[in-house]
Design a protein around this ligand. Structure first.
Ligand SMILES: NC(=O)c1ccc[n+]([C@@H]2O[C@H](COP(=O)([O-])OP(=O)(O)OC[C@H]3O[C@@H](n4cnc5c(N)ncnc54)[C@H](O)[C@@H]3O)[C@@H](O)[C@H]2O)c1
Length: 352
């Protein structure tokens, strides 16, 4: 989505009113919200963490004390605070679209964790509200902010790999999240595959059709439906894609991306913790991560920094409303394909 006149006006008001620093409130300070709060408090020069809110009051108090910021007792209290120019929505998935709309209606910029919604109509409504209000709406798709992924995209754009023929990607968690999280995250496609589906369109281009197969491999663990899924994509260019999402890889968390073109291929792998390699007689070992917070720490920081710059009108919005709606359209199509066991045709879903 491009900046409209009213967007510029809202951004200018923000910048002028805060002396150049964006006042931000974080809504939901669990796993990812605490990471974003920490980034805003410690790593972004032109932003100020004003405070946090969480339905678990004790959790909000603990995070607020850690960063020396205020605690709001409700979403409304956060959004009505005049020092808040922008909000990070990191509460559970079913709240995303509603909180985005509430924030936009108060002319607050929004960084909303993925997915914006589970269905396209709801996502589109929230995106339209943000556009009407003239605020920035960025979706939390951190892979777009990973330095290697950005380099790969730039290389593909200038033809370094030739015509892209195959896109392969996998995202494996070490263990499924809590039962409470699983009960309302929307399932594997909306919760996890959405990252890879968005990446596929961003790196390779519009997707024409999607099919998927799922399995439940970890019996005895409530993994909220299938815990392993393979999704295949046919791109409008003729290229093919294969995505794997797994809830419980047991040995560690791992993310891989490989793009194969007519003139070469490129691969990114994230599984290691640190750079130490241990060598003992006959063996070499490395440490593996248990989740994605460490391997994507820089990407999460870059994502928040880019959002702040976009809200202050000093940088582009790199994962805006259109991207958010397209991501929901694709993940909903993948969920339908998984459930019905059919190939779902799409109207050329492209990422901007
Ligand atoms: N982009 C990423 O890499 C990434 C990673 C993790 C999570 N996420 C997304 O972020 C969201 C949160 O995930 P998480 O893993 O941090 O979950 P979490 O359960 O650890 O944290 C969610 C927090 O929100 C609070 N909360 C619950 N209902 C609320 C409400 N109505 N209002 C305010 N706060 C409320 C909970 O008490 C909890 O502290 C999910 O939508 C998830 O998809 C994205």
């Amino acid at each position: 989505m491009t900046a409209t006149g009213s967007t510029s006006a809202a951004r200018a008001r923000t910048a002028a009113g805060r002396g150049g620093a964006l006042g931000v409130g974080v809504l939901g300070v669990g796993r990812i919200g605490r990471v974003h709060a920490s980034t805003l408090a410690r790593s972004i020069a032109n932003a100020r963490l004003v405070g946090v809110a969480d339905s678990l009051g004790d959790r909000a108090v603990a995070v607020a004390e850690e960063f020396g910021v205020r605690v709001w007792r409700s979403v409304e209290e956060l959004l009505d605070d005049e020092e808040v120019d922008a909000v990070v929505v990191a509460s559970p998935t079913p709240t995303h679209a509603r909180y985005t709309v509430m924030a936009a209606e108060r002319e607050k910029h929004v960084l909303c964790e993925k997915p914006l919604a589970l269905d396209e109509a709801t996502a589109a409504d929230a995106a339209a509200t943000a556009q009407r209000a003239g605020v920035v709406l960025q979706l939390g798709l951190m892979l777009r902010f990973d330095a290697d992924v950005v380099r790969l995209r730039d290389a593909i754009a200038v033809g370094k790999l030739g015509d892209i023929e195959i896109f392969h990607a996998s995202l494996r968690d070490m263990a499924p999240p809590s039962a409470a999280y699983l009960s309302d995250c929307g399932g594997l496609m909306s919760d996890a595959a959405v990252h890879l589906l968005d990446l596929a369109t961003w790196l390779v281009g519009p997707v024409e059709s999607v099919s998927a197969q799922g399995a439940r491999m970890r019996s005895g663990i409530d993994s909220g439906g299938v815990d392993l899924a393979l999704t295949t994509l046919r791109f409008a260019s003729g290229a093919l894609g294969m995505l794997e999402n797994a809830r419980g890889a047991s040995y560690g968390a791992e993310c891989r991306v490989e793009v194969v073109g007519s003139q070469g291929s490129a691969k990114i792998e994230r599984a290691r913790s640190g750079n130490l390699e241990w060598r003992t007689p006959g063996a070499a070992t490395v440490d593996l991560v248990a989740d994605f917070l460490e391997p994507f720490a820089a990407a999460y920081r870059s994502e928040v920094g880019a959002f702040v710059d976009a809200a202050l009108a000093i940088g582009p919005c790199r994962a805006g409303s259109d991207v958010a709606v397209a991501a929901t359209r694709l993940s909903a199509a993948a969920a339908t394909a998984l459930e019905a066991g059919t190939v779902v045709q799409l109207d050329r879903v492209a990422a901007t």
